[in-house]
Design a protein. Structure first.
Length: 545
């Protein structure tokens, strides 16, 4: 039974919301409500690592956003799946666990007025949050709630990829989250005992046994209820009825980089002219809301494979049955793999200070034909641009909470961003040309052998760029005029309201965002409860300028 008032109300049961719900309810002294727009995470394919391709666009489990036509991408719109289910995007993502480069956080501290956010202050929260099968050391934790496993599939293409990285002079790392955050490596994944370990499985489900924590699902938050620039309550649609739920201490918005700015604007917090244009009364003119949208754009390169060692048969009914039975009884086999078990952080040119490109390698070539996933006897390398200069924005489409917002990513609108992709294509070609791939390398399918000049490669890039599934930055943390929250996640100019999710990231992390978001939330919980932050940890890491 949902009560009328709680100490803390958390909006969104995604990666950040699950961590906060666990930590804010831990000592039993606070009543906590977490509100999720989607359903419980009961779908079996959420738990099966290889099931990601059956769920990440499932309309029952996701928002399934789509960008506005992108001028720099031949006016294509870009599908932008985001989780609308308990666990949020951690329940539908590809499970790659990456923290980003230590220098990312040091840049937050040095360039964005966030002195409390250098890497030494973030590392202890990463360590405390994970239980890595690599074991504990100066960089890794082994007693945290989030299960993290190193890629262990015995497919020979993973070994070929890692060896080729060394042969190409692009480097090798035993642990990209450890001492050497550069080179080609086997990646970590948020898996435990062959199952997905989402934020919900790690943090929320164990905490729901407490009497002081409640979860309501299938509930849309329409707006925040404000009074004299103080957040007092939320208005929701629950079981077909509108109702108001009050917060005695704080409301914490964890909707993500798209939903959080949308809800702020629907509540009258945002750029005044834009709000008025949609008939929303402006309670606080906060121009940075919705701005600074960033994402890792990605291009998937692909080669035919000469030997049948790829997982191209995985969509065949008999193979699916065999894989399903093996997973059910042993939590092993192809179904226990998140596919992208190898990758790398590399430099596209000699002028960048640290890696600006990321690889995700999988032993399969996939394409969507007629709405169905078709797998080919091929292998693929995603090239992600890690620190784009291009910036976009999230805008309201209307004042109706049920309308999806307008997303303008402006991918590669800056010329340097396109050039980095051209360099990335040349780097991945260099890698795949190494002797390690001689037994497997067939025809280059994408970009294809006809794309050789910078202009030719650039045209293919424009045609094939898609999202890297890492939108962030739209409620920027910092001290400048465009900042939305301060270094402790408090919304500027509003009392009792915080935003804790990927939207607060001032400058995008140079890797996948799920692990950083859980770290952000763990630190936020200590700020909210007025607990001391964990002692900083100055672990050494390899850096070559």
């Amino acid at each position: 039974m949902v009560k009328k008032c709680y100490d803390y109300v958390i909006i969104g049961a995604g990666s950040a919301g699950c961590v906060l719900a666990n930590k804010l309810s831990a000592d039993g002294s606070n009543s906590v409500l977490i509100v999720e727009a989607g359903p419980m995470d009961r779908h079996l394919m959420i738990q099966v690592p290889a099931g990601v391709y059956y769920i990440y666009r499932n309309p029952k489990l996701g928002w399934n956003y789509r960008s506005e036509p992108e001028a720099s991408l031949k006016n294509r719109w870009i599908d932008t799946p985001r989780g609308k289910v308990v666990g949020g995007s951690s329940s539908i993502n590809s499970m790659v666990y990456m923290r980003g480069h230590p220098l990312d956080y040091d840049r937050w501290a040095n360039e964005h007025g966030l002195s409390e956010w250098d890497y030494a202050k973030c590392l202890p929260y990463f360590k405390a949050g994970e239980s890595s099968d690599r074991g504990a050391d100066a960089w890794r934790g082994s007693n945290g709630p989030l299960g993290v496993s190193r890629g262990s599939s015995d497919n020979p293409l993973y070994d070929a990829f890692v060896l080729a990285g060394t042969q190409a002079g692009q480097g090798h790392s035993e642990d990209l989250n450890g001492y050497k955050p550069e080179g080609v490596a086997r990646l970590d994944a948020t898996k435990k005992n062959g199952r997905r370990c989402s934020a919900a499985m790690a943090h929320l489900h164990p905490a729901l046994k407490r009497n002081n924590l409640e979860l309501i699902t299938d509930t849309l938050v329409n707006r925040l209820v404000m009074h004299d620039k103080k957040a007092q309550a939320i208005e929701v649609t629950h079981q077909g009825e509108r109702r108001v739920i009050e917060a005695d201490k704080e409301i914490i918005l964890c909707g993500g980089a798209i939903n959080s700015p949308q809800l702020l604007m629907l509540s009258g917090i945002g750029p005044a002219d834009h709000l008025r244009a949609h008939g929303v009364e402006c309670a606080l003119d906060l121009p940075g809301v919705g701005k600074n949208l960033q994402d890792h754009a990605t291009v998937v390169t692909k080669w035919a494979c000469k030997l049948p060692v790829t997982i191209h048969r995985a969509t065949q009914p008999l193979e699916q049955l065999k894989a399903g039975i093996q997973w059910m009884f042993t939590r092993s086999g192809v179904a226990a793999s998140n596919v992208w078990e190898a990758g790398g952080l590399i430099r596209g040119n000699d002028s960048v200070t640290y890696p600006n490109l990321q690889y995700h390698f999988g032993p399969v070539g996939a394409e969507e034909i007629g709405g169905k996933l078709v797998l080919g006897q091929a292998f693929s390398v995603h090239i992600d641009q890690l620190r784009p200069r291009s910036r976009g924005q999230v805008l309201l489409r209307s004042s109706d909470p049920g309308d999806k917002p307008a997303l303008h990513f402006n991918y590669i609108s800056e010329a340097d961003d396109l050039q980095q992709f051209v360099e990335g294509v040349r780097k991945v070609r260099e890698l795949v040309a190494q002797p390690a791939f001689d037994a497997y390398r067939g025809e280059e399918l994408v970009p294809g052998p006809l794309a050789q000049t910078d202009q030719e490669i650039g045209e293919i890039v424009r045609q094939f760029i898609e999202t890297g599934y890492h939108p962030c930055g739209t409620c920027k943390m910092g001290s400048g005029a465009d900042a939305v929250v301060d270094g402790e996640f408090r919304v500027r100019g509003v009392e009792r309201l915080r935003v804790v999710d990927a939207s607060v990231i001032p400058e995008i992390i140079s890797a996948n965002l799920n692990a950083p978001v859980q770290m952000l939330a763990a630190r936020a919980a200590d700020f909210i409860l007025d607990k001391p932050q964990l002692p900083e940890t100055k672990a050494k890491f390899h850096f070559q300028a």
